[in-house]
Structures are given as C-alpha cells and as structure tokens.
Unconditional design. Structure first.
Ligand SMILES: C[S@@+](CC[C@H](N)C(=O)[O-])C[C@H]1O[C@@H](n2cnc3c(N)ncnc32)[C@H](O)[C@@H]1O
Length: 222
C-alpha cells in the first residue's frame, strides 16, 4: 500500500472549479440519493445542518430540496467553490435557503452543540488534521446529533482502484487538471485503521465505521 500523500491544497482555478461543478451536477445524483437515504433512516426532517467541504454544493442543494425543513449551511475553504455553490443553489431554486460561505473544517461557523446534522463528503482526505476536525464536529453537534462522513480509504484493493479510476477518467477526468483526481484523492485518504485510531483519539463519540468498495462511511450510530 502506498504511503499517504497530502492533498491539503484547494482548487483556486476558476475553469477547473467550473468543470468540476458541471460534472458534479451531471453525475452526483446517485451519491446524493445514498446520503439522503441515511438522513431518512435517522428521520431528520428539520433543524440545523452543515456540509463541510461543500465544493459546488451539490449535496446540500439536493438534500434541501428533499427536506426543506432542514436549514443547511455549506462551507468550503475555496472562495471559487463557494461562488459556484451559490450560483448552483440559485439555479436550483434554493438560493435563499442555503447559506454558502468560505470556512474551514477546523473552525466551523456555529455555536457549541448547535447542529442536528453534520455532513462531510469526499473531503476528509484533504484534511491533514483529522482529529482536530472530529473534535470540531463533536463541539458543534447537539447531544445525539447525527453525522455522515464519507471518503475514500487508502487500503482499498488495487482492483477497485483500477476499476474506479477508469470510471473517473470517463466521467470526470476529461479536463487535464482532473485526470489524476481520483488517484490523488485515494492516495491522500486514510486507511480504515488510521481513521479508527483518529476517531478513538477524538471527542467524537458513538460512531460507526464501515466500507463500501472504495468508500469509507463514518456515521453516528443509533
Ligand atoms: C473533493 S471536493 C468535495 C466536494 C463535495 N463535498 C462533493 O462531494 O461534491 C473537496 C472540497 O473540500 C474543500 N476543502 C479542502 N480543505 C478544506 C478545509 N480545510 N476546510 C473546508 N473545506 C476544505 C475543497 O476546497 C473542495 O471543494
């Protein structure tokens, strides 16, 4: 297995961000439905939610349309991505419903124990300080609040990496800046055991961790 590489940088190139936003709008329907099903399983229909590393905002836009009673904030370190997300929300008719803003996973823009739901999709591998992020999630969530964190895991099998890299190249990798995007993301992600150790070290409690092919899901249990 390869050693982890850091992917802490953000997309600042507008053209690449626009490309990613366009492709995400086209192809992220199924992943959005999978996250929605986890929210429905928890019967969350109202309250405050945050999407950390929201990128072009595809997940909170989809979820806000499905559950208008949930008040979403989407944060991203990249101002260009936040601009994309705001534009996408307006286009989807939820521009006045979601608060997209520049922000860091290590310092969420919310009070202690104020959130009913925290999402973080495909972003954990960008975070070089996962324990600090998990602690920030623990600080922000209400007692019994829910979280769904989805990312790649570096100990996924070589066969899965090969297959999903082909999918990536076909669907997302046509821009020269995005060609190696999948491999870079997998190789900067954490292994299941690394992640378990970070969670164990953090203040985030009641988590359950499982894998689905190339993905690692960390969810609040119960
Ligand atoms: C691969 S994208 C995922 C976007 C979105 N969640 C999705 O799945 O479509 C990861 C996003 O995380 C953002 N990001 C990276 N480091 C971050 C940090 N420390 N705090 C907040 N966002 C960060 C990047 O700018 C990027 O938009």
């Amino acid at each position: 297995m390869k050693d982890r590489i850091s992917e802490a940088g953000i997309i600042e190139d507008r053209e690449l961000a626009e490309y990613y936003s366009r492709m995400a709008k086209r192809y992220m329907g199924i992943p959005c439905k999978r996250v929605l099903s986890r929210i429905r399983a928890r019967r969350i229909e109202k309250g405050k939610a945050i999407d950390v590393g929201t990128g072009p905002g595809i997940f909170p836009i989809f979820l806000s349309k499905a559950h208008p009673g949930i008040q979403f904030t989407g944060i991203d370190l990249s101002p260009v991505m936040v601009e994309m997300a705001r534009g996408n929300a307006v286009e989807a008719g939820v521009g006045d419903k979601i608060d997209f803003r520049v922000g860091s996973a290590y310092s969420l823009p919310c009070g202690d124990q104020s959130l009913d739901l925290l999402l973080c999709i495909n972003t954990l591998h960008h975070l070089d300080r996962p324990v600090d992020f998990f602690n920030e999630a623990a600080r922000s969530l209400k007692e019994g609040g829910s979280f769904v964190i989805v990312d790649f895991h570096r100990d996924t099998s070589a066969a899965f990496i090969g297959i999903f890299n082909l999918f990536w190249k076909f669907f997302f990798g046509r821009h020269p800046g995005a060609k190696r995007g999948f491999l870079e993301s997998v190789y900067s992600s954490y292994t299941v055991e690394e992640c378990r150790a970070f969670l164990g070290e953090s203040k985030l409690k009641n988590w359950t961790l499982y894998t689905r092919t190339i993905e690692m899901w960390i969810e609040s249990s119960g």
